[in-house]
Write a protein that binds this ligand. Structure first.
Ligand code: HEC
Ligand code: HEC
Ligand code: HEC
Length: 421
């Protein structure tokens, strides 16, 4: 009946206005959303930090890291009298020695026969004797190329104490025996014809990707009560909806910690402040919850903020870090991961990828190691593999690197957990 209807309209309208008004009263200032509680005092990783079991245990404290620059000064050229008379047999052994920083075969073709799976990040030296270089040039180029070609990705082998002058003389003698183009037994051995690895496995197939079990474990932990008698689910009743895009917007600058944090450190600090659980970085629980939260955002385009002042500064710092030469092998991230340098080439049997395409699948299951690696562990490995001391998880430099590389991946769809060799 019309009379009854008009009778109801006014109270409903009033009630609606009241709800809107009271919502306004508790709504945070414009531009500021409610901040998630975080524990801010304790380290988020197992402290003091010790390198993982099974990784090289050597320390390289004389060389730069992502956290600190140790100056490395290009050596003055060495003068020699007459031709070099080294031992080519010894030189050949040294050139192949993987315990001395990865061996020349990592980037060059050389040797008769060529050792297995040479790389091509450097030029083919199989006929180097015909290049017409003087012995002094070759010696100095290997000892420390930086006065000749400052931006090379090659190692200053002598100046960084990987080989003595006498050992380099043996290597020069060996290179002078390299007179004819290399022959390869098949396409796989030749880095020019070796097929580029393409990851075609379905990462969401639980029979292929062991990390899919972490999605289930993360979901279970989300519903588990912690010391505070609360679970994540007590406060977040519909995570599929609430967190549909959140992980795709990470990492981000956290003003209370004055650094960039990723999903992993958020989980540690937020859980401590809410459920009371202590999911240390690199623990199974942390990985599981981090994978679960990213899984909820799968298919969403990666969308980290690149416009705020904090993020602009962090990306500026991160870009500087990508170009910093670190470790005894004196290599920067850009040396291996940009096409102007090593990317889209082979280092030994490993194909070097570009930054775009590197982030969408982390954490990722590594079949060669039967382990799940989050992005921190990947950074740590890329440090240790150039003989640079890694940083602890949650180190500000890693946050800057993660944000900078993620920004280069904006627009790509999240696909977690990944699977890689
Ligand atoms: C990380 C990759 C890498 C490794 C490992 C490497 N090189 Fe190189 N090397 C290069 C690149 C790239 C060049 C091309 C010129 C340049 O950019 O320095 C080069 C150039 C050279 C040249 C100079 C060629 C010329 O112009 O006359 C010599 C000699 C050489 N390398 C020897 C070696 C020896 C010996 C080793 C092992 C002790 C070695 N390289 C290991 C990347 C590498
Ligand atoms: C006591 C309540 C409470 C518990 C328990 C809780 N959270 Fe939260 N969470 C919040 C509040 C409050 C916020 C900030 C406002 C919002 O986004 O809802 C938040 C935000 C978040 C966000 C978004 C972060 C952001 O900054 O936008 C994620 C993701 C999240 N929580 C995950 C979890 C996980 C995982 C757990 C379990 C380890 C958990 N929460 C437990 C209260 C809680
Ligand atoms: C000596 C060469 C080398 C250097 C230097 C290097 N990396 Fe790598 N990196 C690799 C190799 C090899 C892989 C595995 C193959 C691939 O995916 O490119 C890899 C993989 C990665 C991945 C994962 C790629 C994926 O798709 O799963 C990331 C991210 C990465 N590196 C970041 C860095 C950062 C950041 C730095 C500098 C701190 C760095 N790398 C320095 C060789 C290097």
């Amino acid at each position: 009946m019309p009379a009854k209807k008009s009778h109801l309209v006014l109270p409903v309208f009033l009630l609606g206005t009241l709800i809107v008004l009271s919502a306004c009263a508790t709504r945070p200032e414009p531009g500021k959303t409610k901040m998630a509680p975080l524990e801010l005092e304790k380290p988020a990783f197992a402290s003091p930090w010790v390198r993982y079991k099974g990784w090289p245990s050597e320390m390289w404290s004389d060389y730069s890291t992502v956290a600190a620059v140790v100056p490395s000064i290009p050596a003055e050229p060495i003068k020699i009298e007459g031709p070099i008379t080294g031992d080519p047999k010894k030189g050949e052994k040294l050139a192949y020695d993987r315990s001395r920083g990865g061996s020349c075969i990592a980037c060059h073709i050389m040797g008769k026969p060529v050792p297995p799976l040479p790389g091509n990040a450097g030029p083919d030296l199989s006929d180097y004797a015909s290049w017409g270089r003087s012995d002094e040039f070759i010696l100095n180029y290997i000892y420390d190329h930086r006065k000749i070609k400052p931006d090379s990705i090659m190692q200053p082998w002598g100046a960084h104490k990987l080989f003595s002058v006498d050992e380099i003389k043996d290597i020069v003698a060996f290179l002078k025996t390299q007179k004819s183009p290399a022959e390869f037994k098949d396409n796989l051995e030749n880095p020019k014809t070796r097929p580029i690895p393409v990851e075609t496995r379905d990462n969401f197939d639980p029979f292929l990707n062991e990390a899919m079990a972490a999605v289930d474990k993360g979901k279970e932990l989300f519903g588990k009560e912690g010391a505070s008698k609360k679970s994540c689910a007590s406060c977040h009743t519909n995570p599929e909806q609430t967190f549909r895009t959140w992980a795709a917007s990470m990492p981000r600058h956290e003003s209370r910690l004055n650094k960039v944090i990723g999903v992993e450190e958020f989980v540690t600090r937020h859980a401590r402040a809410t459920t009371g659980d202590d999911y240390l970085l690199q623990s199974g629980g942390n990985l599981a919850l981090s994978i679960y939260l990213r899984y909820l955002s799968n298919g969403q385009p990666i969308n980290v903020d690149t416009t705020s002042a904090e993020h602009k500064q962090a990306i500026k710092r991160g870009t500087e870090l990508l170009g910093r030469k670190i470790g005894q092998l004196h290599m920067a991230c850009v040396d291996c991961h940009t096409t102007e340098r090593g990317a889209n080439k082979w280092v030994r049997g490993q194909w070097l990828g570009e930054f775009r395409g590197q982030i969408d699948h982390f954490p990722t299951f590594r079949t060669s190691r039967s382990e799940i690696w989050d992005i921190t562990k990947r950074f740590q490995w890329c440090n240790v593999s150039v003989r640079a001391n890694e940083l602890q998880p949650g180190a500000p430099g890693y946050g800057d690197l993660e944000l900078t590389i993620t920004a280069l991946n904006n627009g790509m769809k999240l696909s977690v957990p990944g699977i890689r060799h």
